[in-house]
Design a protein around this ligand. Structure first.
Ligand code: HEM
Length: 96
């Protein structure tokens, strides 16, 4: 039978990650996540994506202060078989 991997569900498996719905960047087993897949079909763009995210967050931290999600913002996760992502993320910030 054909099997469809649900990576985003695996990343929220409470048997693997304690309090899986909490954003904790310092989890000891953070590197065992499956956001980029695993095995021979693991994402070939994973290193580029990690570098882009590192540079982006460094720039955010340099330029913006007090970053927060807009109060009452409706967060919309469009249905997607592969990835769970927001349609948009309204934020507020103070300029540094
Ligand atoms: C945060 C950004 C990204 C995420 C979360 C992501 C996620 C994934 C996942 C989960 C897979 C595995 C799919 C499977 O098991 O069949 C995959 C495969 C793949 N990704 Fe990404 N990806 C990202 C960015 C990129 C970028 C920037 C590129 C290209 C520059 C890329 C190119 C590919 C390719 C070519 C495959 C197929 C690899 C294969 O089947 O052997 N991805 N990606």
């Amino acid at each position: 039978a054909m099997v469809m991997m649900r990576y985003h569900a695996a990343n929220r498996d409470p048997k693997q990650f304690e309090n899986p719905n909490e954003f904790q960047v310092d989890r000891k087993n953070a590197r065992t996540h499956l956001a980029f897949g695993k095995g021979i079909h693991m994402c070939v763009g994973n290193m580029l994506s990690r570098k882009e995210m590192t540079v982006s967050f460094q720039q955010f931290a340099k330029r913006l202060d007090n970053i927060r999600i807009q109060e009452g913002a409706k967060l919309n996760y469009p249905p997607n078989m592969m990835l769970r992502g927001l349609a948009n993320l309204p934020i507020l910030f103070d300029k540094k």
